[in-house]
Write a protein that binds this ligand. Structure first.
Ligand code: 5AD
Ligand code: SF4
Length: 482
């Protein structure tokens, strides 16, 4: 078979990790579609198998290595098959992946994704392992390292988006914070902000294609800084540049770094109506000793001061957080401080993780992973239970109120058993739909599928810790809350 002129080759891609990875996969798929590939959901049917990987915790890596293990003999049936590991684990483990899984054909880091179509062809032609990764952060000058991590944003594939109305837009790559537990500065390289003109162009193009909501992505998105034609653009300036694009309804940005939550950004959240009243600002721990060992660069007092400013500028703003439990040296007393902070801050939700030591990080080299797994698990559950209790109480405040929802599509439970019925009086179709409020709360309600992709008013009747449950508002007059 002639593989140079690719026709209807089948691609299977599996993505784990953060939104940045989802976006990377969207772009890789778009490039491969352009090269003649079509997607398959069946790994046994694929000519090319790609794993877009995450290295933040050991568990995510273990899952990929076992998926690779299952493919050990898959080339017996398909000798031309190409198996690739791309993304963070590729940058972190490099050659080690070929050693642990010799049937892998390509290993491509986060900074080389643009080369994937070419590398696949090369591998199929020469049947030699292909390795494309960026420079290690200790091995060259900052400029050389930065140049070796290329932001990858040229192509979009609407079919890989979370929904036709929502799109991620990368505004920066990399991270320079070097929190001691975190592998991201190694896997995604130095912090580099993209030029505002490219981002604005991309947003306008997406909106012209029907996108209603953009989520700006960056590891520390509020550290965004770029000087263009002698003018410094901060995140607030960037948002103002495209906020008024007709057809665009919502703007979100993740993930924020507490120390860079400046007043100009909070003013933008307050004054620009399309910006979600929602900030994801991970604190990681409620204990100053732990924060110091994590090298987070702030104290609980700083974080509290920031929460105060958020509440002062945008009183109805929802805040969510991340916590790591069982970090090196976390005592019961330090854990209790995280519990106290969750109680005090009343986050909309929190993502809670058990500390997982990562090769190449300071914490791995300097500190003992001294909290037993069982203790990590107990602390994780305890913090999550408390957060759920708070989220449920918080959601209950919405009962009887009206929220504006950007309708995303059928709800997950509706996808399992599509609850599409006809209204006896009008004959209109109704389905269980899901969307989010302006403060990023998930709202499930029954409505006409034609509402998908529009803003709808929904009255909240009930809730769970994670979801508001409501019904479409017709003529009632109810107080609106965010
Ligand atoms: N172990 C556990 N959780 C981690 N995170 C980052 N690195 C680690 C690690 N080594 C968590 C942080 C971060 C989120 C994306 O993942 O809470 O905010
Ligand atoms: Fe990792 Fe810290 Fe950078 Fe976030 S800010 S990506 S936790 S190093």
């Amino acid at each position: 078979m002639l593989y140079d002129s690719v026709h209807n080759l089948k691609l299977y891609i599996e993505t784990v990790g953060c939104q940045m990875n989802l976006l990377d996969s969207e772009l890789v798929v778009a490039a491969l579609r352009k090269a003649g590939y079509e997607l398959t959901a069946d790994v046994a049917d694929a000519d090319t198998i790609l794993f877009n990987t995450c290295s933040v915790r050991q568990h995510a890596e273990d899952k990929i290595y076992s998926a690779l293990g299952r493919l050990k003999f898959s080339k017996r049936a398909r000798p031309q098959q190409v198996i690739g590991v791309i993304g963070c684990m590729a940058q972190k483990d490099q050659d080690l992946i070929f050693k642990r899984a010799p049937h892998v054909d390509l290993v491509v880091g986060t900074g080389q994704l643009a080369q994937i179509p070419e590398l696949i062809n090369e591998s199929r032609k020469n049947r030699r392992p292909q390795l494309a990764v960026s420079l290690d952060r200790r091995d060259a000058t900052r400029q050389e390292i930065s140049d070796s991590f290329q932001s990858y944003d040229p192509l979009r594939d609407p079919e890989m988006r979370p929904s036709p109305f929502q799109a991620f837009v990368r505004i920066m790559i990399g991270c320079d914070k070097f929190c001691t537990y975190c592998v991201v500065p190694m896997t995604r390289g130095p912090e580099q902000s993209r030029p505002p003109r490219d981002i604005v162009h991309e947003v306008r193009k997406l909106v012209a294609e029907g996108v209603k909501e953009v989520t700006l992505l960056g590891q520390t998105v509020n550290s965004y800084k770029h000087t263009q034609s002698g003018r410094l653009f901060r995140l607030s300036d960037l948002i103002a540049e495209f906020h008024d694009t007709p057809g665009l309804e919502r703007i979100k940005f993740v993930t924020n770094y507490p120390r860079d939550m400046t007043n100009d950004l909070l003013q933008a959240v307050r004054d620009l109506p399309k910006v979600a009243r929602y900030l994801h600002v991970p604190v990681q721990s409620g204990c100053n000793d732990v924060l110091q060992r994590m090298k987070r660069g702030y104290t609980v007092e700083h974080y509290r001061e920031m929460l105060g400013r958020i509440a002062e500028f945008v009183p109805d703003c929802a805040v969510s957080s991340d916590f790591i439990v069982g970090f090196c040296g976390e005592t019961e007393a330090s854990f209790e401080k995280s519990v106290a902070l969750v109680r005090e801050a009343r986050f909309k939700n929190s993502f809670i993780f058990k500390y997982s030591p990562r090769h190449g990080t300071k914490a791995h080299d300097l500190f003992l992973d001294d909290v037993p797994e069982e203790t990590k698990r107990r602390r994780n559950n305890e913090l999550l239970d408390l957060q759920n209790e708070i989220s449920a109480e918080d959601n209950a405040r919405f009962i009887g109120c009206r929220v504006e929802v950007l309708v995303e599509g059928p709800s997950k439970s509706a996808l399992k058993s599509p609850l599409v019925a006809e209204e006896p009086a009008t004959g209109a179709t109704r389905a269980q739909l899901v969307g989010r409020s302006r403060c990023d709360r998930i709202v499930v309600f029954e409505g006409n599928p034609r509402l998908i992709g529009t803003l709808a008013d929904v009255r909240i009747d009930d809730c769970t810790p994670t979801t508001l449950i409501g019904s479409i508002v017709t003529r009632e007059f109810l107080p609106i809350i965010e």
